[in-house]
Ligand binder design. Structure first.
Ligand SMILES: Cc1cc2nc3c(=O)[nH]c(=O)nc-3n(C[C@H](O)[C@H](O)[C@H](O)COP(=O)(O)O)c2cc1C
Ligand code: SF4
Length: 497
Protein backbone atom coordinates (compact mmCIF):
# COMPACT_ATOMS: atom_id res chain seq x y z
CA UNK A 1 0.00 0.00 0.00
CA UNK A 2 1.23 3.46 -0.93
CA UNK A 3 1.98 5.83 1.96
CA UNK A 4 1.01 9.35 0.81
CA UNK A 5 3.70 11.95 1.48
CA UNK A 6 1.38 14.07 3.62
CA UNK A 7 0.45 11.13 5.85
CA UNK A 8 -2.71 12.63 7.32
CA UNK A 9 -4.97 10.27 9.28
CA UNK A 10 -8.62 10.90 8.40
CA UNK A 11 -11.52 9.53 10.41
CA UNK A 12 -14.55 7.95 8.79
CA UNK A 13 -17.46 10.22 9.70
CA UNK A 14 -20.75 8.65 8.69
CA UNK A 15 -22.77 11.53 10.20
CA UNK A 16 -26.41 11.32 11.22
CA UNK A 17 -28.63 8.38 10.38
CA UNK A 18 -32.27 8.73 9.32
CA UNK A 19 -35.30 7.28 11.09
CA UNK A 20 -37.56 4.92 9.16
CA UNK A 21 -39.77 7.71 7.79
CA UNK A 22 -36.78 9.81 6.66
CA UNK A 23 -35.21 6.78 5.04
CA UNK A 24 -38.44 6.03 3.18
CA UNK A 25 -38.30 9.53 1.65
CA UNK A 26 -34.58 9.37 0.90
CA UNK A 27 -33.15 9.61 -2.58
CA UNK A 28 -30.96 6.62 -1.77
CA UNK A 29 -34.02 4.42 -1.41
CA UNK A 30 -35.87 5.78 -4.41
CA UNK A 31 -36.19 3.61 -7.51
CA UNK A 32 -34.32 4.10 -10.76
CA UNK A 33 -35.41 3.14 -14.25
CA UNK A 34 -33.43 3.74 -17.40
CA UNK A 35 -33.55 1.62 -20.54
CA UNK A 36 -33.30 -1.96 -19.23
CA UNK A 37 -32.06 -1.03 -15.78
CA UNK A 38 -34.76 -1.23 -13.10
CA UNK A 39 -33.60 -0.85 -9.50
CA UNK A 40 -35.72 -0.61 -6.36
CA UNK A 41 -33.15 1.73 -4.81
CA UNK A 42 -30.01 3.60 -5.77
CA UNK A 43 -27.52 1.66 -3.71
CA UNK A 44 -24.95 -0.49 -5.45
CA UNK A 45 -22.31 -2.94 -4.24
CA UNK A 46 -19.42 -2.80 -6.75
CA UNK A 47 -17.48 -5.92 -7.66
CA UNK A 48 -15.01 -7.25 -5.08
CA UNK A 49 -12.90 -10.35 -5.69
CA UNK A 50 -12.93 -12.50 -2.53
CA UNK A 51 -10.56 -15.30 -3.72
CA UNK A 52 -13.07 -17.99 -2.83
CA UNK A 53 -13.90 -19.86 -6.03
CA UNK A 54 -12.62 -23.41 -6.44
CA UNK A 55 -9.09 -23.79 -7.83
CA UNK A 56 -10.58 -24.22 -11.29
CA UNK A 57 -12.89 -21.21 -11.10
CA UNK A 58 -16.24 -22.79 -10.14
CA UNK A 59 -18.85 -21.38 -7.79
CA UNK A 60 -18.60 -23.26 -4.49
CA UNK A 61 -20.28 -22.93 -1.08
CA UNK A 62 -17.86 -20.20 0.01
CA UNK A 63 -18.75 -18.09 -3.02
CA UNK A 64 -22.47 -18.63 -2.37
CA UNK A 65 -22.06 -17.64 1.31
CA UNK A 66 -20.20 -14.46 0.36
CA UNK A 67 -22.89 -13.18 -2.02
CA UNK A 68 -25.79 -14.45 0.08
CA UNK A 69 -24.45 -12.38 2.96
CA UNK A 70 -24.36 -9.19 0.84
CA UNK A 71 -27.84 -9.96 -0.50
CA UNK A 72 -29.26 -10.14 3.03
CA UNK A 73 -28.48 -6.43 3.37
CA UNK A 74 -30.69 -5.86 0.30
CA UNK A 75 -28.74 -3.33 -1.73
CA UNK A 76 -30.36 -2.14 -4.96
CA UNK A 77 -27.69 -3.88 -7.03
CA UNK A 78 -24.91 -6.32 -6.28
CA UNK A 79 -22.13 -6.93 -8.78
CA UNK A 80 -20.39 -10.29 -8.69
CA UNK A 81 -16.59 -10.09 -8.77
CA UNK A 82 -14.50 -9.84 -11.94
CA UNK A 83 -15.18 -13.17 -13.67
CA UNK A 84 -12.90 -14.43 -16.45
CA UNK A 85 -14.41 -14.71 -19.93
CA UNK A 86 -11.75 -17.04 -21.28
CA UNK A 87 -11.37 -20.72 -20.65
CA UNK A 88 -7.93 -20.40 -19.10
CA UNK A 89 -6.80 -21.38 -15.67
CA UNK A 90 -6.57 -18.54 -13.15
CA UNK A 91 -6.66 -20.14 -9.68
CA UNK A 92 -9.55 -19.36 -7.33
CA UNK A 93 -10.95 -16.54 -9.46
CA UNK A 94 -14.46 -17.05 -10.75
CA UNK A 95 -14.81 -18.03 -14.40
CA UNK A 96 -17.54 -17.96 -17.03
CA UNK A 97 -15.47 -18.94 -20.08
CA UNK A 98 -17.22 -22.27 -20.72
CA UNK A 99 -20.73 -23.75 -20.44
CA UNK A 100 -19.53 -26.02 -17.63
CA UNK A 101 -19.54 -22.99 -15.28
CA UNK A 102 -23.20 -22.30 -15.87
CA UNK A 103 -24.86 -24.67 -13.36
CA UNK A 104 -22.80 -23.18 -10.51
CA UNK A 105 -23.63 -19.65 -11.61
CA UNK A 106 -27.33 -20.56 -11.73
CA UNK A 107 -27.15 -21.67 -8.10
CA UNK A 108 -25.47 -18.39 -7.18
CA UNK A 109 -28.30 -16.42 -8.79
CA UNK A 110 -30.89 -18.46 -6.90
CA UNK A 111 -29.06 -17.98 -3.59
CA UNK A 112 -28.95 -14.18 -4.00
CA UNK A 113 -32.57 -14.01 -5.10
CA UNK A 114 -33.70 -16.01 -2.09
CA UNK A 115 -31.54 -14.10 0.40
CA UNK A 116 -32.76 -10.68 -0.77
CA UNK A 117 -36.35 -11.84 -1.34
CA UNK A 118 -35.85 -10.82 -4.95
CA UNK A 119 -35.12 -7.18 -4.04
CA UNK A 120 -31.49 -7.02 -5.14
CA UNK A 121 -30.62 -7.04 -8.84
CA UNK A 122 -27.61 -9.25 -9.49
CA UNK A 123 -25.04 -8.37 -12.15
CA UNK A 124 -21.79 -10.11 -12.97
CA UNK A 125 -18.59 -8.34 -13.96
CA UNK A 126 -16.95 -9.84 -17.06
CA UNK A 127 -13.20 -9.50 -17.34
CA UNK A 128 -10.33 -10.27 -19.66
CA UNK A 129 -6.76 -9.90 -18.45
CA UNK A 130 -3.37 -10.53 -19.98
CA UNK A 131 -0.77 -12.83 -18.45
CA UNK A 132 1.46 -11.51 -15.71
CA UNK A 133 4.20 -13.62 -14.14
CA UNK A 134 5.57 -13.57 -10.64
CA UNK A 135 8.85 -11.72 -10.06
CA UNK A 136 11.55 -14.35 -10.67
CA UNK A 137 14.68 -14.99 -8.64
CA UNK A 138 17.50 -13.42 -10.73
CA UNK A 139 19.28 -16.79 -11.06
CA UNK A 140 16.13 -18.39 -12.52
CA UNK A 141 15.50 -15.43 -14.79
CA UNK A 142 18.95 -15.60 -16.35
CA UNK A 143 19.05 -19.40 -16.46
CA UNK A 144 15.57 -19.95 -17.93
CA UNK A 145 13.44 -16.96 -18.90
CA UNK A 146 15.63 -14.40 -20.63
CA UNK A 147 15.79 -14.91 -24.39
CA UNK A 148 19.45 -14.41 -25.31
CA UNK A 149 19.88 -12.11 -28.31
CA UNK A 150 22.69 -10.59 -30.34
CA UNK A 151 22.31 -7.41 -28.26
CA UNK A 152 23.33 -9.23 -25.11
CA UNK A 153 26.26 -10.88 -26.83
CA UNK A 154 27.49 -7.59 -28.30
CA UNK A 155 27.16 -5.80 -24.95
CA UNK A 156 29.25 -8.50 -23.29
CA UNK A 157 31.69 -8.86 -26.20
CA UNK A 158 30.56 -12.50 -26.24
CA UNK A 159 29.63 -13.17 -29.90
CA UNK A 160 31.19 -16.63 -29.88
CA UNK A 161 30.33 -17.78 -26.38
CA UNK A 162 27.96 -20.66 -25.73
CA UNK A 163 24.49 -19.60 -24.56
CA UNK A 164 25.15 -21.15 -21.14
CA UNK A 165 28.26 -18.98 -20.72
CA UNK A 166 26.35 -15.83 -21.75
CA UNK A 167 23.61 -16.63 -19.20
CA UNK A 168 26.17 -17.16 -16.46
CA UNK A 169 27.96 -13.90 -17.30
CA UNK A 170 24.68 -11.94 -17.27
CA UNK A 171 23.71 -13.40 -13.90
CA UNK A 172 26.99 -12.08 -12.45
CA UNK A 173 26.54 -8.47 -13.63
CA UNK A 174 25.86 -5.67 -11.14
CA UNK A 175 22.65 -3.64 -11.38
CA UNK A 176 24.15 -0.63 -13.17
CA UNK A 177 25.68 -2.77 -15.90
CA UNK A 178 22.47 -4.76 -16.25
CA UNK A 179 20.58 -1.52 -16.89
CA UNK A 180 22.87 -1.00 -19.91
CA UNK A 181 22.82 -4.59 -21.17
CA UNK A 182 19.11 -5.42 -20.84
CA UNK A 183 16.39 -3.49 -22.65
CA UNK A 184 13.54 -1.86 -20.72
CA UNK A 185 11.15 -4.83 -21.01
CA UNK A 186 13.82 -7.35 -20.03
CA UNK A 187 14.69 -5.24 -17.00
CA UNK A 188 11.01 -5.01 -16.09
CA UNK A 189 10.63 -8.81 -16.43
CA UNK A 190 13.57 -9.22 -14.05
CA UNK A 191 12.54 -6.60 -11.51
CA UNK A 192 8.74 -6.88 -11.57
CA UNK A 193 7.86 -10.11 -13.39
CA UNK A 194 6.95 -10.42 -17.07
CA UNK A 195 3.78 -8.57 -17.97
CA UNK A 196 2.15 -8.62 -21.39
CA UNK A 197 0.64 -5.41 -22.76
CA UNK A 198 -2.04 -4.67 -25.34
CA UNK A 199 0.67 -2.94 -27.36
CA UNK A 200 2.76 -6.12 -27.71
CA UNK A 201 1.44 -6.64 -31.23
CA UNK A 202 4.58 -8.56 -32.14
CA UNK A 203 2.80 -11.51 -30.44
CA UNK A 204 0.04 -13.07 -32.58
CA UNK A 205 -2.32 -13.53 -29.60
CA UNK A 206 -2.06 -9.82 -28.73
CA UNK A 207 -2.49 -8.82 -32.35
CA UNK A 208 -5.60 -11.01 -32.42
CA UNK A 209 -7.37 -9.31 -29.48
CA UNK A 210 -9.82 -7.39 -31.73
CA UNK A 211 -10.76 -10.64 -33.43
CA UNK A 212 -11.02 -12.76 -30.28
CA UNK A 213 -12.43 -10.58 -27.49
CA UNK A 214 -15.88 -9.67 -28.85
CA UNK A 215 -16.77 -13.36 -29.16
CA UNK A 216 -15.38 -14.25 -25.71
CA UNK A 217 -17.38 -11.49 -24.01
CA UNK A 218 -20.52 -12.24 -26.04
CA UNK A 219 -20.48 -15.94 -25.14
CA UNK A 220 -19.83 -15.13 -21.49
CA UNK A 221 -22.69 -12.60 -21.42
CA UNK A 222 -25.04 -15.16 -22.93
CA UNK A 223 -24.07 -17.65 -20.21
CA UNK A 224 -24.71 -14.95 -17.60
CA UNK A 225 -28.14 -14.23 -19.06
CA UNK A 226 -29.01 -17.92 -19.26
CA UNK A 227 -27.83 -18.48 -15.69
CA UNK A 228 -30.39 -15.87 -14.60
CA UNK A 229 -28.22 -12.83 -13.83
CA UNK A 230 -30.09 -9.55 -14.23
CA UNK A 231 -27.29 -8.09 -16.30
CA UNK A 232 -23.59 -7.89 -17.04
CA UNK A 233 -20.96 -5.30 -16.28
CA UNK A 234 -18.14 -5.25 -18.83
CA UNK A 235 -14.89 -4.62 -16.97
CA UNK A 236 -13.21 -1.73 -18.79
CA UNK A 237 -11.47 -0.46 -15.63
CA UNK A 238 -8.17 -0.77 -13.77
CA UNK A 239 -5.22 -2.79 -15.07
CA UNK A 240 -6.99 -5.19 -17.41
CA UNK A 241 -7.22 -5.63 -21.17
CA UNK A 242 -10.09 -3.33 -22.10
CA UNK A 243 -8.92 -0.59 -19.72
CA UNK A 244 -5.46 -0.80 -21.27
CA UNK A 245 -7.03 -0.37 -24.70
CA UNK A 246 -8.86 2.76 -23.51
CA UNK A 247 -5.70 4.16 -21.95
CA UNK A 248 -3.82 7.02 -23.59
CA UNK A 249 -0.79 4.75 -23.20
CA UNK A 250 -2.26 2.49 -25.86
CA UNK A 251 -0.23 3.20 -28.99
CA UNK A 252 -1.34 0.22 -31.10
CA UNK A 253 -0.97 1.03 -34.77
CA UNK A 254 -3.72 -1.24 -36.12
CA UNK A 255 -6.66 1.12 -35.67
CA UNK A 256 -7.21 0.09 -32.02
CA UNK A 257 -4.80 2.53 -30.39
CA UNK A 258 -3.68 6.13 -30.58
CA UNK A 259 -6.52 8.65 -30.84
CA UNK A 260 -9.51 8.33 -28.47
CA UNK A 261 -11.82 7.20 -31.29
CA UNK A 262 -9.48 4.27 -31.93
CA UNK A 263 -8.91 3.43 -28.27
CA UNK A 264 -12.64 3.13 -27.66
CA UNK A 265 -13.16 1.09 -30.83
CA UNK A 266 -12.62 -2.40 -29.35
CA UNK A 267 -14.59 -1.66 -26.15
CA UNK A 268 -17.45 -0.60 -28.45
CA UNK A 269 -17.06 -3.69 -30.63
CA UNK A 270 -17.13 -5.85 -27.51
CA UNK A 271 -20.30 -4.05 -26.38
CA UNK A 272 -22.01 -4.54 -29.76
CA UNK A 273 -21.11 -8.25 -29.83
CA UNK A 274 -22.51 -8.65 -26.31
CA UNK A 275 -25.65 -6.73 -27.22
CA UNK A 276 -26.21 -8.87 -30.32
CA UNK A 277 -25.84 -12.01 -28.19
CA UNK A 278 -28.10 -11.06 -25.27
CA UNK A 279 -30.66 -8.95 -27.13
CA UNK A 280 -32.08 -5.46 -26.59
CA UNK A 281 -33.91 -6.22 -23.37
CA UNK A 282 -31.01 -7.26 -21.18
CA UNK A 283 -28.95 -5.02 -18.89
CA UNK A 284 -25.48 -4.38 -20.27
CA UNK A 285 -23.28 -1.75 -18.62
CA UNK A 286 -19.61 -1.24 -18.04
CA UNK A 287 -17.12 -0.05 -15.46
CA UNK A 288 -14.35 2.26 -16.59
CA UNK A 289 -11.96 4.86 -15.20
CA UNK A 290 -12.74 8.50 -14.68
CA UNK A 291 -8.95 8.97 -14.78
CA UNK A 292 -6.05 6.55 -15.22
CA UNK A 293 -4.06 8.47 -12.57
CA UNK A 294 -0.69 7.56 -14.17
CA UNK A 295 1.73 9.66 -16.17
CA UNK A 296 0.70 9.61 -19.82
CA UNK A 297 -2.59 7.85 -19.02
CA UNK A 298 -6.14 8.82 -19.94
CA UNK A 299 -7.52 12.04 -18.50
CA UNK A 300 -10.93 13.13 -17.30
CA UNK A 301 -11.48 14.68 -20.73
CA UNK A 302 -10.85 11.27 -22.32
CA UNK A 303 -13.31 9.69 -19.87
CA UNK A 304 -16.01 12.24 -20.80
CA UNK A 305 -15.52 11.34 -24.44
CA UNK A 306 -15.65 7.59 -23.69
CA UNK A 307 -18.74 8.02 -21.52
CA UNK A 308 -20.69 9.69 -24.32
CA UNK A 309 -19.52 7.11 -26.88
CA UNK A 310 -20.43 4.18 -24.60
CA UNK A 311 -23.79 5.72 -23.69
CA UNK A 312 -24.65 6.39 -27.33
CA UNK A 313 -23.82 2.80 -28.16
CA UNK A 314 -26.58 1.74 -25.72
CA UNK A 315 -24.97 0.94 -22.36
CA UNK A 316 -27.60 0.72 -19.61
CA UNK A 317 -25.27 2.11 -16.93
CA UNK A 318 -21.75 3.47 -16.56
CA UNK A 319 -19.91 2.65 -13.35
CA UNK A 320 -16.86 4.77 -12.55
CA UNK A 321 -13.71 3.81 -10.75
CA UNK A 322 -10.29 5.48 -10.90
CA UNK A 323 -6.64 4.38 -11.18
CA UNK A 324 -5.60 0.85 -10.22
CA UNK A 325 -2.82 0.44 -12.77
CA UNK A 326 0.23 -1.79 -13.12
CA UNK A 327 2.37 1.01 -14.54
CA UNK A 328 3.09 2.54 -11.14
CA UNK A 329 2.75 -0.60 -9.01
CA UNK A 330 5.36 -1.27 -6.33
CA UNK A 331 8.03 -3.89 -6.95
CA UNK A 332 6.72 -7.22 -5.67
CA UNK A 333 8.79 -9.59 -3.56
CA UNK A 334 10.54 -12.41 -5.41
CA UNK A 335 7.94 -15.12 -6.07
CA UNK A 336 5.01 -12.67 -5.94
CA UNK A 337 3.16 -10.92 -8.75
CA UNK A 338 2.85 -7.15 -9.12
CA UNK A 339 -0.43 -5.83 -7.72
CA UNK A 340 -2.02 -2.83 -9.43
CA UNK A 341 -3.21 -1.20 -6.19
CA UNK A 342 0.19 -0.50 -4.60
CA UNK A 343 1.16 2.72 -6.38
CA UNK A 344 -0.35 6.20 -6.54
CA UNK A 345 -2.99 5.08 -9.06
CA UNK A 346 -3.87 2.12 -6.83
CA UNK A 347 -4.28 4.53 -3.97
CA UNK A 348 -6.84 6.46 -6.01
CA UNK A 349 -8.74 3.25 -6.62
CA UNK A 350 -8.88 1.87 -3.06
CA UNK A 351 -7.89 4.84 -0.89
CA UNK A 352 -6.60 4.23 2.64
CA UNK A 353 -7.50 6.17 5.77
CA UNK A 354 -3.99 7.64 5.89
CA UNK A 355 -4.11 10.05 3.04
CA UNK A 356 -3.26 13.46 1.67
CA UNK A 357 -5.28 16.61 2.38
CA UNK A 358 -8.15 15.46 0.13
CA UNK A 359 -8.65 12.34 2.20
CA UNK A 360 -10.03 8.96 1.12
CA UNK A 361 -13.73 9.78 1.12
CA UNK A 362 -15.28 10.65 -2.22
CA UNK A 363 -12.10 11.14 -4.26
CA UNK A 364 -13.95 10.19 -7.43
CA UNK A 365 -16.92 12.52 -6.95
CA UNK A 366 -15.64 15.55 -8.82
CA UNK A 367 -14.66 13.48 -11.81
CA UNK A 368 -17.94 11.54 -11.73
CA UNK A 369 -19.90 14.80 -11.66
CA UNK A 370 -17.97 16.09 -14.68
CA UNK A 371 -18.59 12.87 -16.61
CA UNK A 372 -22.28 12.88 -15.74
CA UNK A 373 -22.54 16.53 -16.81
CA UNK A 374 -20.86 15.69 -20.13
CA UNK A 375 -23.37 12.89 -20.67
CA UNK A 376 -26.33 15.11 -19.92
CA UNK A 377 -24.94 17.88 -22.15
CA UNK A 378 -24.75 15.30 -24.94
CA UNK A 379 -28.41 14.38 -24.34
CA UNK A 380 -27.61 11.02 -22.72
CA UNK A 381 -29.48 10.06 -19.54
CA UNK A 382 -27.37 6.94 -18.81
CA UNK A 383 -27.11 6.40 -15.03
CA UNK A 384 -23.68 6.89 -13.49
CA UNK A 385 -22.43 4.83 -10.54
CA UNK A 386 -19.70 6.31 -8.35
CA UNK A 387 -17.64 4.60 -5.63
CA UNK A 388 -14.75 5.42 -3.35
CA UNK A 389 -14.93 5.94 0.41
CA UNK A 390 -18.71 6.28 0.64
CA UNK A 391 -19.96 5.21 4.06
CA UNK A 392 -22.54 7.72 5.34
CA UNK A 393 -26.20 8.23 4.60
CA UNK A 394 -25.92 12.04 4.40
CA UNK A 395 -22.90 11.67 2.12
CA UNK A 396 -24.92 9.39 -0.19
CA UNK A 397 -27.87 11.77 -0.18
CA UNK A 398 -25.61 14.72 -1.01
CA UNK A 399 -24.12 12.87 -3.97
CA UNK A 400 -27.58 12.21 -5.37
CA UNK A 401 -28.97 15.65 -4.54
CA UNK A 402 -26.02 17.41 -6.20
CA UNK A 403 -26.30 15.21 -9.27
CA UNK A 404 -22.74 13.92 -8.92
CA UNK A 405 -24.02 10.41 -9.70
CA UNK A 406 -27.29 8.48 -10.03
CA UNK A 407 -26.24 5.43 -8.06
CA UNK A 408 -24.11 5.19 -4.93
CA UNK A 409 -21.43 2.49 -4.92
CA UNK A 410 -20.48 1.17 -1.49
CA UNK A 411 -17.75 -1.50 -1.63
CA UNK A 412 -15.63 -1.76 1.52
CA UNK A 413 -18.36 -0.31 3.73
CA UNK A 414 -20.63 -3.11 2.49
CA UNK A 415 -17.90 -5.64 3.25
CA UNK A 416 -17.47 -4.20 6.76
CA UNK A 417 -21.22 -4.30 7.26
CA UNK A 418 -23.31 -5.99 4.58
CA UNK A 419 -26.42 -4.79 6.43
CA UNK A 420 -25.52 -1.10 5.88
CA UNK A 421 -28.43 -0.69 3.46
CA UNK A 422 -31.01 -2.51 5.56
CA UNK A 423 -29.93 -0.93 8.84
CA UNK A 424 -30.35 2.54 7.37
CA UNK A 425 -33.74 1.69 5.88
CA UNK A 426 -35.00 0.25 9.15
CA UNK A 427 -33.78 3.20 11.21
CA UNK A 428 -30.89 1.31 12.81
CA UNK A 429 -28.02 3.33 11.37
CA UNK A 430 -26.49 3.55 14.83
CA UNK A 431 -25.93 -0.24 14.70
CA UNK A 432 -23.72 0.04 11.60
CA UNK A 433 -20.16 -1.26 11.77
CA UNK A 434 -18.30 1.60 10.07
CA UNK A 435 -15.45 0.64 7.76
CA UNK A 436 -12.12 1.89 9.08
CA UNK A 437 -10.63 2.06 5.57
CA UNK A 438 -7.58 0.22 6.93
CA UNK A 439 -7.29 -1.85 3.72
CA UNK A 440 -6.70 -5.09 5.60
CA UNK A 441 -9.12 -6.65 3.06
CA UNK A 442 -7.08 -5.27 0.17
CA UNK A 443 -3.93 -6.76 1.75
CA UNK A 444 -5.61 -10.18 1.68
CA UNK A 445 -6.60 -9.65 -1.95
CA UNK A 446 -3.00 -8.74 -2.77
CA UNK A 447 -1.77 -12.02 -1.25
CA UNK A 448 -4.54 -13.97 -3.00
CA UNK A 449 -6.01 -14.98 0.38
CA UNK A 450 -9.71 -15.36 1.10
CA UNK A 451 -10.92 -11.81 1.68
CA UNK A 452 -12.53 -10.99 5.04
CA UNK A 453 -12.93 -7.83 7.14
CA UNK A 454 -10.79 -7.02 10.15
CA UNK A 455 -13.86 -5.73 12.00
CA UNK A 456 -15.64 -9.07 12.05
CA UNK A 457 -13.38 -11.93 11.08
CA UNK A 458 -12.45 -12.83 14.70
CA UNK A 459 -15.92 -12.16 16.15
CA UNK A 460 -18.03 -14.98 17.63
CA UNK A 461 -15.74 -17.59 16.10
CA UNK A 462 -17.30 -20.37 18.15
CA UNK A 463 -20.87 -19.71 17.04
CA UNK A 464 -22.39 -22.81 15.55
CA UNK A 465 -22.12 -23.05 11.77
CA UNK A 466 -19.31 -20.48 11.47
CA UNK A 467 -17.15 -21.33 8.47
CA UNK A 468 -13.48 -20.50 8.75
CA UNK A 469 -10.77 -19.47 6.30
CA UNK A 470 -8.31 -22.09 5.05
CA UNK A 471 -5.87 -21.29 7.87
CA UNK A 472 -8.73 -21.71 10.39
CA UNK A 473 -8.09 -18.28 11.92
CA UNK A 474 -10.86 -16.13 10.45
CA UNK A 475 -14.58 -16.42 9.95
CA UNK A 476 -15.57 -16.13 6.29
CA UNK A 477 -18.80 -14.14 6.51
CA UNK A 478 -19.96 -11.26 8.68
CA UNK A 479 -21.99 -12.17 11.77
CA UNK A 480 -25.75 -12.12 11.30
CA UNK A 481 -27.83 -9.15 12.35
CA UNK A 482 -31.46 -9.10 13.43
CA UNK A 483 -33.29 -5.79 13.87
CA UNK A 484 -33.77 -5.38 17.65
CA UNK A 485 -37.39 -4.25 17.51
CA UNK A 486 -38.42 -7.07 15.26
CA UNK A 487 -36.28 -9.96 16.47
CA UNK A 488 -38.92 -12.42 15.26
CA UNK A 489 -39.34 -10.88 11.78
CA UNK A 490 -37.93 -13.58 9.54
CA UNK A 491 -38.07 -11.49 6.37
CA UNK A 492 -35.68 -8.84 7.69
CA UNK A 493 -33.29 -11.08 9.57
CA UNK A 494 -29.84 -11.55 8.06
CA UNK A 495 -29.20 -14.74 9.97
CA UNK A 496 -27.68 -17.57 7.96
CA UNK A 497 -30.43 -19.72 6.62
C1 LIG B 1 -10.91 -6.81 -1.85
C2 LIG B 1 -11.30 -5.97 -3.02
C3 LIG B 1 -11.53 -6.56 -4.25
C4 LIG B 1 -11.91 -5.77 -5.36
N1 LIG B 1 -12.22 -6.39 -6.54
C5 LIG B 1 -12.70 -5.64 -7.58
C6 LIG B 1 -13.18 -6.26 -8.77
O1 LIG B 1 -13.23 -7.49 -8.91
N2 LIG B 1 -13.61 -5.46 -9.77
C7 LIG B 1 -13.64 -4.09 -9.67
O2 LIG B 1 -14.05 -3.41 -10.61
N3 LIG B 1 -13.22 -3.49 -8.54
C8 LIG B 1 -12.77 -4.22 -7.49
N4 LIG B 1 -12.43 -3.60 -6.32
C9 LIG B 1 -12.59 -2.12 -6.18
C10 LIG B 1 -13.97 -1.79 -5.55
O3 LIG B 1 -15.03 -2.23 -6.37
C11 LIG B 1 -14.14 -0.28 -5.30
O4 LIG B 1 -14.08 0.41 -6.51
C12 LIG B 1 -13.07 0.28 -4.37
O5 LIG B 1 -12.91 -0.55 -3.25
C13 LIG B 1 -13.44 1.69 -3.90
O6 LIG B 1 -14.71 1.70 -3.31
P1 LIG B 1 -14.90 1.70 -1.69
O7 LIG B 1 -14.15 2.86 -1.16
O8 LIG B 1 -16.39 1.81 -1.50
O9 LIG B 1 -14.34 0.42 -1.20
C14 LIG B 1 -12.03 -4.36 -5.22
C15 LIG B 1 -11.79 -3.76 -3.96
C16 LIG B 1 -11.44 -4.55 -2.87
C17 LIG B 1 -11.22 -3.89 -1.54
S1 SF4 C 1 -10.91 -4.75 6.32
FE1 SF4 C 1 -12.98 -4.08 6.77
S2 SF4 C 1 -12.72 -2.18 7.88
FE2 SF4 C 1 -10.77 -2.56 6.83
S3 SF4 C 1 -10.99 -1.50 4.86
FE3 SF4 C 1 -11.63 -3.61 4.52
S4 SF4 C 1 -13.83 -3.55 4.80
FE4 SF4 C 1 -13.04 -1.68 5.72
Amino acid sequence: MLKPVEHIRHRPAPGRWPDVAQAARARLFSPLAHRNLRLAQRSWVPAMVPWRASEDGYVNDDVMDWYRRFARGRPGALVVEATGVRDISSGPLLRIGHDRYQPGLEKLVEAVREASDGETRLFIQLIDFLPIRRRPAPATYFARYLKITGRHRRALGAENWSEARVRKALAELDETTLERVLDARELEALQMGLRERVTDTQHPHIRALPRVLPGCFARAALRARDAGFDGVELHYAHAYTLASLLSARNTRGDGYGGAREQRVRLPLEVYHAVRRAVGDKYVVGCRFLSEDCIAGGSSLEDACYFAVALARAGMDFLSLSRGGKFEDARQPKIGEAAYPYTGASGYECIPHVISDRRGPFGRNLEAAAAIRAALRAAGEQTPVVVAGGIHGFEQAERILARGQADLVGVARQALADPDWFLKIRLGHGDAIRTCSYSNYCEGLDQRHKQVTCQLWDRVAMDESGVKRSKDGRRRLVAPAWTPPARADARNTSTEMR
